[in-house]
Design a binder for this molecule. Structure first.
Ligand code: HEC
Length: 130
């Protein structure tokens, strides 16, 4: 009886361990990007992106845009806009335009376009395909 208990315990422990490992592996670029977005220390920053853009609010169209204007300055790509906010708004250090962090953040920002926002259904307005 005791042996059976130990065996069952081991099966459960091994099962949970593998479930945990599997869950870690399954984190998507979008989820990593969201985690960076909420991390106050991301890119040596003082503030998280989320503190000014709670849950990505206000960035729903950013994923489909080519040019940006933040704080009176123009940016010619989403990567430039992200780095502008990192250095000017979050007081951090710019990250590589082709780095994995940048790709993850951009993937997260693009995922915000999927959120239903009033006005997206209006023809000729908003994101293509809506
Ligand atoms: C101190 C506040 C602040 C912080 C922190 C901040 N931003 Fe911004 N962000 C702004 C302001 C202000 C604008 C320009 C106005 C707007 O479009 O909402 C902006 C605009 C943007 C835009 C362009 C939106 C558009 O559609 O034109 C992107 C993309 C963006 N931020 C990403 C980020 C990311 C990524 C971070 C974290 C690294 C971040 N921001 C942190 C204040 C902030």
């Amino acid at each position: 009886m005791k042996i059976l208990g130990i065996v069952l315990f081991c099966i459960i422990v091994v099962g949970l361990t593998f479930t945990g490992a599997y869950a870690v592996k399954k984190i998507t670029p979008e989820e990593r990007g969201r985690a960076f977005f909420r991390d106050a220390n991301f890119a040596d920053s003082k503030k998280s992106c989320d503190s000014c853009h709670p849950n990505g609010r206000g960035l729903e169209k950013a994923g489909g845009k080519k040019t940006f204007r933040i704080m009176g300055k123009r940016q010619n790509s989403i990567e430039e806009a992200v780095n502008f906010c990192i250095t000017r708004a979050s007081k951090g250090k710019a990250i590589g335009t082709r780095s994995r962090e940048m790709k993850d953040i951009v993937t997260y920002i693009k995922s915000l376009m999927k959120i239903e926002v009033p006005g997206y259904g209006v023809p000729g307005y908003g994101v293509p395909g809506y």
